[in-house]
Ligand binder design. Structure first.
Ligand code: CAO
Length: 427
């Protein structure tokens, strides 16, 4: 068997072209016209095909080397005499360009850009000829149906590497689950922020990674409506203040949230559709006869929602104690998975922080969630005059597949009435 040298083909006058990929290794059996190395000039990239079939003996170049026409690339133990002289002619493109590209460059040059097929994974169709990527990477992307225009390269001069394509595909798969009913959205572009200034990477906490996925799913798959309202809690607050000092002696912190929890239970009883879950088929409503409330707790590592059980059967002070215990447990990372299951409806209170209203995301499999913001005194017109009243802002998000707008408004009015006159809560 003859040992043949495979040399760099006619580069059409280009000199010192860089080797950016070596696609074979000693011992590889290759077919005639198989790509063996990838070269890149200032203008284009090129796959060099093998002139013959055979076994690769020795690689004479490495990535980064510069080659010109005639430079030896590798030696090959040829499987047979080269029958087709055409392989020695000028190099043809590995893949014919798309029609649009043909129009732009009707004459074939010795070095031609490898044009990718149209992207199919996501995003708008876009030419990738001005993108820095070797043919191997382009081929890999093409096989996966990835649009290279959506990837920012991590290689020198922002060259897109194989790993960039892999990372992109992984991100896509985690963003759009097949179970989302065929939902296909354009991918979020990857942006190299270091182009604009100094940056620092911070990996999200475990809690944020988990809750982020759930929040995204719930936000996308549940048609949310948020109904805003306000409750006059002037008398409730007077009562709370009258009890506060005495309860503090027993280390009990009676915050407005405890009253809100009791009021929510009264409203859930009046509007059973809010104390329900829609089965995954979306055709059957499962009504619950128990009253467990999820309470969003802000921890240094992110949001968690422990569940307080049988709120209907517990008094204000008992609830206050349990709320304090559970939020401390959450902040000390001591919640067990079971502590966060079995909720019927959730409350997210930002009242201790501030803000006027927000749009909470429903905590699936529940069908509604109440957001609570900070109270403020407002002038309320009563009996022919404006009087200062302490108003509590409420934001109720509900699943519109289960709850109509009218029912949402009735629920929030009922809740406001419950809070406005705490005698209602005693009933
Ligand atoms: N308006 C005005 N003041 C309020 C209030 C409101 N709506 N709600 C609470 N406050 C006051 C409390 O009375 C307390 O003041 P005092 O000590 O003077 O009585 C102070 O704000 C702090 O309250 P708190 O936050 O410690 O207690 P809480 O019972 O209201 O809430 C908990 C407990 C665990 C829910 C809360 O600490 C928490 O983590 N909230 C954040 C939840 C969150 O991140 N939600 C966002 C989720 S994203 O959808």
């Amino acid at each position: 068997m003859a040992i043949k040298e495979i040399v760099t083909p006619d580069l059409g006058g280009a000199q010192d072209v860089t080797v950016i990929e070596v696609l074979v290794k000693p011992g590889d059996t290759i077919q005639k016209d198989a790509s063996i190395v990838t070269l890149e000039s200032d203008k284009a990239t090129l796959d060099v095909p093998a002139e013959d079939a055979g076994i690769v003996k020795e690689i004479k170049i490495k990535v980064g080397d510069k080659v010109s026409t005639g430079s030896v690339l590798l030696t090959l133990e040829a499987a047979g005499e080269a029958k087709d002289e055409s392989a020695k002619k000028k190099v043809e493109p590995v893949k014919q360009p798309e029609k649009a590209a043909e129009k732009a460059a009707p004459k074939q040059e010795p070095i031609k850009e490898t044009q990718p097929e149209q992207p199919v994974l996501t995003g708008t169709l876009q030419s990738t000829s001005d993108i820095h990527a070797g043919p191997g990477v382009r081929r890999f992307a093409r096989e996966l149906g990835v649009n290279l225009a959506m990837i920012s390269g991590s290689g020198p001069k922002q060259r897109i590497m194989k790993e960039d394509v892999q990372t992109f595909v992984k991100t896509q798969l985690t963003q759009v689950q097949p179970s989302s009913g065929g939902l296909s959205l354009p991918a979020l572009p990857q942006i190299d922020f270091s182009k604009f200034g100094v940056t620092e990477q911070q990996v999200l906490s475990r809690i944020k990674k988990i809750s982020g996925k759930n929040l995204q799913r719930n936000w996308m798959m549940i048609p949310h409506v948020t109904q805003f309202g306000e409750a006059d809690i002037t008398t409730l607050e007077e009562f709370r203040q009258s009890q506060k000092a005495e309860l503090e002696k027993q280390k009990i912190k009676l915050t407005p949230l405890v009253f809100i929890m009791k009021a929510v239970i009264a409203s859930l009883k009046a509007f059973p559709h809010f104390n329900a879950s829609l089965d995954p088929s979306g055709e059957t409503l499962i009504l619950k006869k128990y009253f467990n409330l999820g309470v969003a707790v802000d921890t240094p590592d992110g949001l968690v929602v422990p569940v307080i059980r049988d709120v209907d059967k517990k008094g204000l002070t008992e609830l206050a104690k349990e709320l304090a215990q559970v939020s401390e447990k959450a902040r000390n990372k001591q919640l067990a998975p079971g502590d966060m299951q079995g909720g019927c409806f959730s409350i997210s209170s930002l009242g201790g922080i501030g803000g006027t209203a927000f749009t909470p995301i429903i905590n699936y499999p529940e069908v509604a969630i109440l957001g609570v913001s900070k109270t403020s005194y407002k002038p309320v017109y009563q009996d022919g005059e404006f009087v200062p009243r302490l108003m509590l802002p409420l934001s109720l998000s509900y699943d519109h597949r289960v709850i109509d707008g009218a029912e949402g408004a009735r629920f929030i009015m009922h809740l406001s009435n419950m809070l406005s006159d705490i005698r209602n809560l005693l009933l």
